[in-house]
Design a protein around this ligand. Structure first.
Ligand SMILES: Cc1cc2nc3c(=O)[nH]c(=O)nc-3n(C[C@H](O)[C@H](O)[C@H](O)COP(=O)(O)OP(=O)(O)OC[C@H]3O[C@@H](n4cnc5c(N)ncnc54)[C@H](O)[C@@H]3O)c2cc1C
Length: 496
């Protein structure tokens, strides 16, 4: 296994500072590890414990929150990839955690399989995407974590365990959207479906009509979403519907009509990335013209109709950088939330350059899933990188707070454990499993301290822990931030 000390100035993983895709989070890990096997993951966790370091597994850095940030050991899993086992009859596929969704989709396609639903990019690692509750859209479908059947996990003591609905079921219930708080995910077993084609219909529609007919359109289409340009009259509406299983379309449906390469390049690279990026740069240089640019973008939306392998339709390139916040709201409250947002945007001190994205998901039973126990609409707001966004995001948060909105764990939000606890009926169960599994918060970081409220022994300040005064202070800090069970766990671990 390769270890390297932090190298200030280096920009990429495997030595040096770490930075996320959006540039909203950065850290300087004390140490980097690049395990190539589960045994090496275990060894690196044990070594970190011996050195008094906390541990975070890294995905592709596509979370906007500092979910993966660490000042301890950063585990770069880009050398731990590929499919371990696949049963094409049942669709069960076990994959190493550092595999990107892009690589997974291609490998599944080769096996005649596919993920039932995906988000709109494929740069994330499998474990990174699952850990924050990544989702796509579909009123009858859940997020990616609903497709997970089992996990291989390396725990804080370095032991490697399996968990599933039948084996360590509570650990599995927590790990499905685990925030990297329970251990290093080593493998993920996914329940895949036979490869399928999607017929994509995309085009502009009046935003008032789209909002009014939202429920019926979400019900009538397998995957329905829309993008609304805040100052424009039109939304870009995307309807993706499944054709029969298998790569060959059945006689009663249209045959495969993938978008020709040149059109794909024009639509996605030129129009949605290069062209839109130019408009964004113009808007950043002259913010006063942003509403006009937004109206122009809204009016210039084109109509597209094509059929392709599911993963090629779900995913599009995203090269223009932005910041994002996304909240899951009860489906029935979507109309009110959008009405409030439409009232708020014109009153903001700074104009908004990026569209609002609206998606749906079915209720699920995953403890920290944003769709736990309720049919959900997702409202995602964005701003072009470098433009002010705080007032916009604050206004959005106060609107969704009125309807018990739950923030995406990987996108920007300001909620802390106290607020989140009220939003998740199984929040304390998650914290209990975490306290039992990782009593010293080996896999903690400051983001988890905020969202889970657990401030166990401070690895940032080891000297303080050596003094009796320091121990009392850490216990007081932990006690004020944790539940009763965690409090006693904190005391026990400090007493060791
Ligand atoms: C352009 C863009 C588009 C996006 N589109 C969508 C979308 O359509 N839908 C959606 O829901 N979200 C979307 N996201 C958010 C993104 O899917 C999530 O933030 C996701 O977590 C990022 O995955 P990652 O591999 O980059 O993980 P990272 O951001 O690197 O890490 C996320 C978390 O996973 C943990 N982790 C990673 N690997 C492991 C492991 N092996 N074991 C334990 N913990 C681990 C990390 O410690 C961290 O806590 C998008 C983000 C961007 C930048």
């Amino acid at each position: 296994m390769r270890y390297s000390p932090g190298r200030p100035g280096a920009a990429s993983p495997a030595g040096g500072p770490w930075r996320n895709w959006a540039g909203t989070a950065a850290a300087t890990p004390a140490r980097w590890g690049q395990p190539q096997s589960e045994a090496e993951i275990s060894a690196s966790v044990k070594d970190a414990a011996a050195a008094g370091l906390r541990v975070r597994a890294l995905g592709s850095g596509h979370s906007f929150t500092p979910a993966a940030a660490t000042d301890g050991l950063a585990l770069d899993l880009s050398g731990w990839t590929g499919i371990v086992a696949a049963d094409t009859r049942t669709g069960t596929v076990t994959v190493r955690s550092g595999t990107t969704l892009r690589a997974l989709n291609a490998a599944l396609d080769g096996l005649g399989l596919a993920m039932a639903n995906l988000g709109d990019i494929d740069a994330q690692t499998v474990a990174g995407a699952l850990s924050t509750g990544t989702h796509g859209t579909g009123a009858r479908l859940g997020g990616l974590a609903t497709q997970a059947e089992a996990f291989g996990l390396v725990l804080a003591d370095g032991s490697a365990v399996m968990c599933s609905a039948s084996e360590r079921p509570e650990l599995f219930a927590a790990a499905r959207v685990g925030l990297g708080a329970l251990g290093v995910v080593s493998t993920v077993t996914l329940r895949c479906v036979p490869a399928f084609m999607l017929a994509a219909e995309e085009g502009p529609e009046l935003v008032d009509d789209v909002i009014e007919r939202f429920d019926s359109m979400a019900a009538e289409n397998d995957h329905f979403e829309f993008y609304w340009f805040p100052y424009g009259r039109y939304a870009l509406v995307k309807r993706n519907n499944r054709l029969s299983p298998g790569r060959t379309a059945a006689p009663n449906v249209r045959a495969s009509r993938p978008m020709p390469g040149w059109r794909r390049f024009w639509e996605f690279e030129v129009m949605e990335n290069a062209g839109f990026g130019t408009l964004c740069r113009l808007g950043r240089a002259a913010p006063r013209i942003i509403p006009a640019l937004s109206r122009f973008s809204s009016a210039a939306l084109s109509t597209r109709s094509y059929t392709d392998a599911s993963y090629r339709v779900f995913v599009t390139p995203r090269r223009v950088r932005f910041v994002e916040s996304e909240y899951a709201v009860p489906r029935e409250s979507l109309g009110g939330v959008l009405a409030e947002l439409r009232r708020a945007v014109p009153r903001l001190p700074d104009p908004v350059m990026f569209p609002v994205e609206v998606r749906v998901a079915a209720a699920d039973d995953i403890w920290l899933s944003t769709a736990y126990g309720r049919d959900t609409a997702y409202v995602a707001i964005h701003q072009y990188t470098g433009l002010p966004y705080r007032a916009y995001f604050d206004a959005f948060e106060s609107i969704v707070a009125e309807v018990a909105g739950r923030p995406h764990w990987g996108k920007m939000h300001t909620l802390d454990a106290e607020r989140l606890r009220a939003l998740y009926p199984r929040f304390d169960d998650f914290r209990r499993v975490r306290a039992e599994t990782d009593p010293e918060a080996r896999f903690g970081n400051s983001y988890l301290e905020r969202v889970l409220g657990q401030s166990l022994p401070s690895y940032d300040e080891p000297a303080r822990r050596r003094t009796a005064w320091g121990e009392r202070r850490v216990i007081r800090l932990a006690a004020s931030a944790c539940g009763r069970r965690e409090r006693s766990t904190a005391c026990r671990s400090l007493a060791r």
